[in-house]
Design a protein around this ligand. Sequence first.
Ligand code: C5P
Length: 211
Amino acid sequence: VRVSVLLPAAGLGVRIGQGPKAFLRVGGKSLLEWALEAFAWADEVVVALPPGAELALPAKTVPGGQTRQQSVFNLLQAASGSLVLVHDVARPFVVPEAVQRLMEAVRKTGAATLAVDVPDTLVQEEAGQYGTAIPRERYRLVQTPQGFKRELLWQAHLRARAEGREYTDDAQLVQAMGHPVALVEGDRRMFKVTYPEDLLLAEGMAKVWTF
Ligand code: C5P
């Protein structure tokens, strides 16, 4: 089975405020380079770049869209594999065992995502006050990569576009179409670099990372 890895890397990194996140450097490499190295085994890697960014990469590139979903739509159009893995470049530390687990599930079910437990107490905010606490054991934090049969994800994107809906990840899009998405145990080292302090954590991780 041909596997295409799709890397939406077109975000502007507004919450970190240091320019497009894909080009942020951690441990001497850009987040995009971390992802390209982690998925060097794939049959094909396609990257959605921010508008105006042109790079010589060992990968196909497509222009990013205004939202993550639009970037993934552009990526899917360029993907040739029958199986696709969508991975946020904002997660530089890709744990091979977790990807292995994910691939197994995708082959069996057609759609799967990595997810981890919620470590903290989860509570609803009600007008600045501590509202109803939510049983955290019933919730998961969703990570990437997420894996799908290409045709299934394509149909889900076409449908979301027709309905004018925007989702924050691809699993949600497939689930919204009524297709089950398997939850596979992720890994907390695959955290998403989102806020400035995440860069400190990432620099620490980069020092001990051996994959
Ligand atoms: O903003 P957030 O961290 O949720 O973005 C997740 C991923 O989606 C990032 O890798 C980002 O580069 C990508 N993205 C994109 N195109 C956009 C917005 C985000 O490829 N328009």
